[in-house]
Design a protein around this ligand. Structure first.
Ligand code: SAM
Length: 657
């Protein structure tokens, strides 16, 4: 059996009077006589959203949709939210899509709605490659999150962890799409609902009415839009079901959200800390960031530029799906935050991943043969094409990621930390972390908090409740040199054994060395030499030229974990956790019923290694979701592989603990 492709086919459309029709389903995306009016009538009004948005007290308000299509419902809902909800609240809009429109079709369809041009522009910037999975994007400075479930709703909804306030059921007419409208869908809708959740749909089909009644909705018929006589809406009345995905082991269950009057404290102002603070503030939390240095991003996140791209395996794995979702998230965040005044935040200028040796060439060949990724994400190029794209001769051909690029991590951190609900306290080291009298006491910072997120990389293990975590610092030195006048400037990021970005303010930044068990933070000539050698193999002319220059250098420490994935989530009480699940040593299938003993209000977001630009921002969103009890921004499988207790579980099963 061949592996299923990890990417989806774009929808095939026909156009009539500016309205797209699906050739597969032979059904229209929106009403000819008023797409916006129809959406307002069917989805917004029947779910009473204007009034609910005005009065919303909890955050975020969660809308979920079957069938993203052109995004028109999303744009209408966003418009209502921005015009009626309190400023500090967040809308989380979740939508399933099996056949995403191509970006060109999306643009064409939405051109008919100039009143939404601002939302359309943001959507086009965020719009992902058609990569199967659950991907989350930030809109309107964080006031809105869009989570797209790309793939068949019947396969993606079981991977979602959320409590939905209002459903838009819009997956083409049941008669034209009977595979979607069935008991599996209705069961998922019920699993993700709670008493008070509502739904609305344009259809009045009996199969839908009966199906939703059977899972606990009070269903009413109401007047449809335009010439449609009837439609359905309803209210969930039954007690909530378990929201965790069915395959989530009990030891990875998320914490119950706590009420919290105090600001959340985030320790560390690198990519992980700034992203966490931004995600929390976007949900309306006040956040205090404690940073031991005098400014953000002075350590592992402090290189002038970092490459934003993922090394994708020929056959996608859980790890690579996480990295790819992270890439899509960060890339869209960069696009959303970049203005003409902030061009030094980063650039989606493309990334060349060169086949610098036989092993890498074979690996890339497999990636191409498996064709697991869409061309819009990555495609193969020969040496001449690579040189053309780079603007300088390259040592080989390779793979090209047209919409990846580079980011200035420090600029990104500064930008994220400008949120008005974030207060940064610099020169404030945290030397101890103790829980008593119901609050966390942060030593030396002289501050108390009910909820704390530790984002200070390998330093985390100096805090007693985290001493058991397997974090290891890895020394890395980057080199900087002025761009030579004699050569054209590099046009793309180039990765081989190392990486180099186009010059920023006339300076190249390239590297990096990788030295284990070495805490020394001094710049070394030998590591400059190493950086030059790997640069020379990737870009011979540029490497040669920079060889003549005197180099500046910077040493930082990546924080790495045994499986090279970060630790993101709630922190367990280590001793109690071992005791609770000790039977794993004898029987890995023991039917545990005890939820994990977690330290109240303590979370961690560390261990991003050299991939912090990919994994940091989306992990910040995950932490905010866990703290507030809101929808996970990623598939539940991904939250599981990041769970900070995973090594304890593995070690118990292996009897090494
Ligand atoms: N809400 C959309 C808008 O604002 O433009 C219109 C949705 S259109 C009527 C229905 C959408 O459902 C299509 O984009 C279609 O590809 C999608 N769809 C159909 N079957 C699906 C399935 N099994 N899983 C996910 N999406 C599906």
């Amino acid at each position: 059996m061949t592996e299923p492709k990890a990417f989806l086919q774009h929808a095939s459309l026909e156009w009539e009077d500016g309205v797209p029709t699906s050739t597969l389903f032979e059904d229209i995306y929106f009403n000819r006589s008023g797409g916006v009016a129809e959406t307002r009538h069917v989805f917004l009004e029947a779910n009473h959203l204007e009034q609910r948005f005005r009065q919303t007290v909890t955050t975020p308000f969660v809308v979920a949709e079957t069938g993203f299509g052109t995004g028109l419902n999303f744009l209408c809902c966003r418009d209502l939210w921005l015009n009626s909800a309190p400023l500090s609240r967040q809308l989380h809009y979740i939508s399933c899509e099996r056949y995403p429109l191509s970006p060109a079709d999306l643009e064409q369809a939405l051109a008919a709605f100039p009143e939404f041009s601002d939302g359309t522009a943001q959507l086009l910037k965020a719009y992902p490659d058609p990569v199967a999975g659950i991907h989350t994007f930030v809109f309107d400075e964080g006031r809105i999150l869009l989570t797209l479930l790309l793939g068949d709703a019947l396969e993606t909804l079981p991977q979602l962890e959320a409590r939905v306030d209002a459903w838009f059921l819009d997956g083409f007419a049941p008669a034209r799409n009977p595979e979607l409208w069935n008991d599996h869908l209705f069961h998922q809708i019920a699993r993700l609902s709670q008493p008070g959740s509502t739904f609305a749909t344009f259809t009045a089909a009996g199969v839908v009415r009966r199906g939703l009644q059977a899972v606990g909705f009070n269903v009413s018929k109401c007047p449809g839009f335009g010439r449609k006589r009837e439609m359905l809406s309803g209210l969930m009345t039954q007690a909530p079901l378990e929201t965790a995905a069915a395959d989530t082991p009990i030891w990875f269950r998320r914490p119950d959200p706590m009420s919290n009057d105090m600001p959340v404290v985030v320790i560390g102002a690198g990519i992980a800390g700034a992203s966490t603070a931004f995600a929390l503030a976007s949900q309306g939390y006040r956040v205090i960031v404690l940073e031991r240095n005098a400014a953000p991003a002075m350590e592992g996140s402090g290189n002038p530029q970092g490459a934003l791209y993922a090394k994708l395996p020929a056959i996608p794995t859980a790890h690579s799906r996480f990295h790819l979702s992270g890439l899509l998230h960060t890339r869209a965040l960069l696009e959303a935050l970049t203005t003409s005044a902030s061009a030094d935040l980063g650039q989606c200028c493309g990334v060349l991943q060169l086949a610098v040796n036989d092993k890498e060439a074979k690996r890339q060949q497999l990636v191409v043969e498996q064709s697991a990724y869409p061309d819009s994400l990555v495609y193969p190029i020969n040496q001449a094409q690579a040189s053309e794209l780079a603007g300088l001769p390259t040592g080989s051909g390779g793979l090209f990621f047209p919409s990846a690029g580079w980011i200035s991590p420090a600029r990104l951190c500064e930008r994220l930390l400008t949120h008005p609900l974030i207060e940064c306290r610099y020169n404030t080291p945290v030397t101890s972390l103790e829980h008593h009298d119901g609050v966390w006491h942060l030593g030396s910072a002289d501050i108390r908090a009910e909820q704390v997120v530790v984002c200070c990389a390998s330093q985390a293990v100096t805090l007693a409740p985290l001493a058991h975590l397997p974090l290891k610092p890895i020394r890395g030195q980057t080199s900087q040199a002025p761009a030579p006048d004699t050569l054209a400037p590099l046009k793309t990021v180039v990765c081989g054994e190392g990486y180099i970005s186009p010059p920023l303010h006339g300076q190249y930044c390239f590297g990096a060395s990788f030295v284990l068990h070495d805490p020394d933070d001094q710049v070394r000539q030998a590591e400059h030499q190493h950086n030059l050698e790997i640069l020379q193999r990737a870009l011979p002319q540029l490497g040669q030229s920079l060889q003549q220059q005197s180099l500046a250098g910077r040493v930082a420490f990546r924080c790495s974990t045994p499986d090279y994935l970060p630790l993101v989530g709630a922190v367990a009480d280590h001793a109690a956790f071992i005791e609770t699940y000790a039977k794993l040593r004898d029987d890995a299938r023991w039917p545990f019923t005890a939820r994990p003993p977690l330290l109240p209000g303590l979370f961690i977001n560390v261990g991003h290694g050299s991939k912090g630009l990919l994994s940091g921002p989306i992990s910040g969103q995950l932490i905010a979701a866990l703290i507030s009890g809101s929808p996970l921004p990623m598939a539940s499988e991904q939250a599981r592989i990041l769970n900070p207790s995973r090594f304890t579980i593995k070690n118990l099963i292996r009897k090494t603990l």
